[in-house]
Design a protein around this ligand. Structure first.
Ligand code: 5CA
Length: 452
């Protein structure tokens, strides 16, 4: 992408309304724009990161055996009256009337709708287990929307819903999601700790919040220090291995970890003092097992092998992708701006032209841009007519992991400078070396590229 053709409205001043680093940087880097309290437009750079986050979430949901679909944002109040939550949900629910005066609402979550879909089609144990998920915008009229994407009113959620015959089946479904979540957050470079949590308006009695430690987090949390170094499961897992999944969950729940609502002072005090972590955290995911809370009143029943019919056992599993974009920035930034972990970076490489209009510099930039793009690297070419200082500030601010600085001085020696956004690594290399460093070509691909 050429910056001259992109839309990147950088703010040079620090926005006054932003209290925390992620909110400030999201605004300054031209990633989001507030349209109303707690309601944001994702500008192109913000959308790129959101898409990367969603892709990782999808890959890990799919790997665990969950199946993607898409439910609407607007729901009928009738469904919520069936479950009994229509009145309970209170002012957080945005209630709407259509032209026929029918009561509708903008979905804050989808337990009722997925239960309605399930009961319309599934009647038998033969069709279980099943886990359906979607990525869809939610609306919750939060009392205090704040901190930008952290606590929005309109926000993106990945919500998955599992259906099983009995508690044992549902527990395995819960464990699979638990493990998928460990992998999901780790792939974004984050250390998320599963903590015993309150179930709130979703209900049930088994629940974990996945928490990232951060000073600006809204939750007060307590855990054992060993969680910070616990190894995350590898990709080649067998999600159908019931005992294997349980063993991972047992390991990850063997030590103390709780949110303030579930905090047990005595149990925490029993941990050696040096191992006690008392901190603030950001909730990036929340999983629930609630049995038949929705299936019983909504009559989502399945036939068991013995011929009996009983309400299906359910769980729900949420992740906040839009909140994650902010949480990742909280974890990865410095004084100059964002420092994206590579898997979620909006671009992998920025080519910075230090002397726009200089024939040799322009030509070197063009060929690096072309060659990297041809090798599938996402490149942002800073081709605007600006001073080098302003260009450095922009590419540092938006956090692209690699920068290639191209100017007449280096080019005299046939070299450009490759700089890593994180750390101090800087190397003078030929453009060919840069290509090999950033996008090494496999021998097979090299052969295929040879003329016949
Ligand atoms: N139905 C269940 C699970 S699918 C549910 O709604 N769970 S939740 O309320 O915990 O939300 C799931 C995730 O959405 C949270 O862990 C959080 O990451 C994200 N989330 C919740 N509220 C907000 C908000 N106001 N702004 C941004 N993200 C939010």
């Amino acid at each position: 992408m050429r910056l001259s053709r992109f839309f990147l409205p950088i703010l040079r001043e620090t926005p006054k309304e932003a209290d925390i680093a992620s909110h400030r940087l999201l605004l300054r880097a031209g990633m989001i724009r507030q349209e109303a309290a707690g309601i944001y437009a994702f500008l192109p750079l913000g959308l790129k990161v959101l898409d990367k986050v969603c892709r990782i979430i999808r890959e890990e949901q799919d790997r665990s055996g969950a199946v993607e679909m898409l439910m609407p944002t607007v729901q009928s109040a009738e469904l919520w009256k069936e479950s009994g939550r229509y009145d309970d949900y209170g002012k957080e629910m945005l209630r709407i009337r259509d032209r026929h005066d029918r009561e509708m609402l903008y979905g804050p979550t989808n337990e009722e709708m997925i239960t309605e879909i399930f009961r319309a089609y599934v009647r038998s144990y033969k069709d279980l287990p099943l886990n359906l998920y979607h990525l869809q915008w939610k609306f919750r009229d939060e009392v205090r929307p704040r901190f930008g994407l952290m606590r929005g009113r309109e926000f993106l959620m990945k919500d998955a819903y599992s259906f099983d015959l009995d508690y044992e089946g549902a527990r395995h479904a819960y464990n699979k999601m638990f493990v998928a979540y460990l992998r999901t957050f780790a792939r974004m470079g984050l250390k998320a700790i599963p903590m015993v949590a309150d179930t709130g308006p979703i209900g049930g009695n088994l629940s974990h919040e996945f928490i990232i430690l951060a000073q600006t987090g809204e939750s007060e949390v307590f855990c054992h220090r060993d969680y910070l170094a616990m190894p995350v499961p590898e990709a080649g897992l067998d999600f159908d291995d019931v005992a294997g999944m349980q063993a991972i969950v047992d390991q990850w729940t063997s030590l103390y970890a709780a949110t303030s609502e579930k905090h047990d002072e005595a149990a925490f005090a029993a941990i050696p003092e040096a191992d006690r972590v008392s901190a603030r955290g950001i909730e990036v995911g929340h999983i629930f097992y609630f049995g038949t809370k929705y299936s019983a009143p909504m009559k989502a029943v399945v036939a068991h092998p013995d011929g009996s019919e009983k309400p299906v056992h359910m769980g729900s599993y949420g992740i906040g992708p839009s909140r994650l974009v902010a949480a990742i920035i909280e974890a990865f930034h410095d004084d100059a701006g964002i420092v994206w972990p590579e898997p979620v970076a909006p671009f992998s490489v920025a080519v910075v032209n230090l002397k726009q209009g200089d024939a040799a510099t322009d030509a070197a930039c063009e060929s690096l841009y072309r060659d990297l793009s041809a090798r599938g690297v996402e490149v942002l070419y800073h081709d605007l007519d600006e001073r080098p200082g302003a260009k450095f500030a922009t590419v540092d601010l938006i956090g692209v992991p690699w920068q290639i600085l191209v100017g007449p001085r280096g080019l005299k020696e046939g070299k450009v400078e490759l700089k890593r956004r994180s750390g101090d690594q800087r190397d003078m290399l030929t453009p060919a070396e840069v290509l090999e460093r950033l996008a090494p070509q496999a021998p097979a691909a090299r052969d295929a590229a040879l003329p016949v």
